[in-house]
Write a new protein. Structure first.
Length: 104
């Protein structure tokens, strides 16, 4: 499982929240994707997509996970944000102009 570490100023790829969901919650508790989907009120396909890193954890799903797993929704949203930011940093930096205060 990937973790966030800093070394020589470079961050390693953080785990997708679906990996955290599977490795730290579902697998240790012996909960299948089908059972998790039923508890969360979503399709098995949707839970599978999250667990396999093909779908993000949305704020709505973060609320569902938090309620079902006795965690905070911010935990799930922050995991997703860290993963998304890492992926964005892997792409070429956007060409933008620096915004400065206009002088009248």
């Amino acid at each position: 499982m990937a973790t966030i570490t800093e070394g020589a100023g470079r961050m390693h790829e953080p785990a997708h929240p679906g990996e955290i969901l599977h490795e730290l919650y579902l697998a240790p508790l012996g909960i299948t994707l089908t059972r998790a989907a039923e508890a969360l009120g979503v399709s098995r396909k949707h839970v599978s997509s999250i667990v396999h890193g093909r779908a993000p954890v949305t704020p709505e799903m973060a609320m569902r996970l938090a309620a079902a797993l006795d965690t905070e929704p911010e935990f799930w949203v922050n995991l997703q944000a860290q993963h998304d930011l890492w992926e964005a940093r892997q792409r070429q930096r956007p060409q933008v102009k620096v915004l400065t205060q206009e002088v009248a």
